[in-house]
Design a protein around this ligand. Structure first.
Ligand SMILES: [Zn+2]
Length: 383
């Protein structure tokens, strides 16, 4: 960071603020919420790379700036916020699916959100006694004050980027976003535009269809569950439900019934927030109740054994059989298509091939659903 000149500068000021942990958390839940926010702020920092410069963490917010010349037009910053938000939502899905914990902090992962406030102005770049970067000036105060705004109460989106007018000088006329005005005490009226980041992320996922088929998958497994897709789906994506079937898969061929104690005790030590567990998943295509596809990258983590050590694509399908049952299909395709890559996949997936041909394969999903059947009005024997 030594290349940053100190002194007065014209440029962009950006705050990326994580919201969602509004309830008061204590003990383990406080630890977990802290770990979750730490992972997410790391991800945000990794996305907002140079020429964006990190200044500091402020609670659940990441504060960055960039000199004017770094972004010839503010449109690039809109795109940067969109990409960052997309990665953020991917990570949320990944965390939701990898946590083994059912505490309030871990359950709330899916409800976390991210917003951006971006302004352009003049500020002083300074360093404190320890050499840490800091910014000062009225525009720095303004961008912080803008975090508390009226966008949502004015009917705007909850996951947004707010870009003040000075940010968009030089932007193309194609960028037509809803205008928003904000009154901040001791500052002139602020006008800017609002981008609905959740809508953009949803469009991106809509636009890309990534779904493995029998023809291009290297491995396919399947079983039928006596419940509709919307129920089965939950046991794949919701913490607290997911871990009840995942633990059975990971412990191997012997699908012993889950006991309450097995998941309740030591839950915190099993809490893997995102990285860890069985790898890092990037969600490429997400169609609730029907299928989702992710890229699974194994991540080396202490004490974690993977059923596969190679990068692959996975599609999870929930096929509605039309009679209240679902055929659950899991398709895998290794990314490395060389003969060596395919051989490595064959070897590393031997374990999962073995258990998925076991007669009780599928019970890991059927059992928790059967236990919860009354919740769904499915209180009939589950095969
Ligand atoms: Zn937790």
């Amino acid at each position: 960071m030594g290349e940053i000149d100190e002194g007065v500068m014209q440029g962009y000021l950006l705050l990326a603020d994580i919201s969602g942990y509004t309830t008061f958390l204590t003990g383990t839940e406080l630890e977990h919420s802290h770990a979750i926010v730490t992972e997410l702020t790391k991800l945000i920092r990794a996305t907002l790379t140079p020429p964006m410069q990190f200044v500091k963490l402020e609670g659940d917010a990441v504060f960055c700036f960039a000199p004017q010349a770094a972004f010839p037009n503010g449109e690039l910053l809109v795109e940067l916020a969109e990409s960052c938000y997309f990665d953020f939502t991917n990570r949320l899905l990944n965390m939701t699916r990898s946590t083994r914990c059912t505490c309030d902090a871990c359950r709330a992962i899916g409800g976390l959100d991210l917003k951006f406030v971006v302004h352009n102005g003049t500020f002083i770049v300074d360093r404190d006694e320890d050499g840490r970067l800091d910014l000062a000036g009225p525009d720095v105060i303004l961008v912080h004050r803008l975090l508390k705004n009226t966008i949502i109460e004015a009917g705007g989106p909850s996951s947004y980027g707010f870009f003040t007018d000075p940010c968009l000088t030089g932007a193309s006329t194609e960028l037509r976003l809803p205008v928003h005005e904000e009154s901040i005490e001791s500052f002139p009226q602020v006008t800017g535009v609002v981008q609905d980041l959740a809508a953009v992320a949803a469009q991106r996922r809509e636009a890309q269809v990534v779904r493995l088929t029998d023809d291009n998958a290297d491995f396919v497994s399947s079983y039928i569950v006596d419940a509709p897709p919307a129920v089965c789906w939950q046991y794949y994506v919701e913490p607290g439900k997911r871990h009840r079937h995942v633990e059975a898969v990971e412990t191997g061929v012997e699908f012993t019934p889950n006991t309450e104690g097995r998941v309740a005790t030591g839950a915190s030590s099993h809490c893997a927030h995102g990285v860890g567990g069985d790898g890092l998943r990037e969600y490429l295509d997400w169609r609730p109740y029907e299928y989702f596809t992710c890229r699974l990258s194994p991540v080396e983590a202490e004490g974690v054994e993977f059923f596969t050590f190679v990068e692959c694509l996975e599609t999870y399908e929930f096929i509605d059989l039309g009679d209240g049952r679902t055929e659950h299909r899991w398709l895998l395709r290794t990314v490395d298509r060389t003969p060596e890559g395919i051989r490595a996949f064959e070897e590393s997936s031997a374990f999962i091939r073995e258990i998925s041909t076991h007669p009780t394969w599928g019970d890991q999903m059927r059992r928790p659903i059967a236990e919860d059947a009354v919740l769904y009005g499915l209180d009939r024997p589950v095969s």
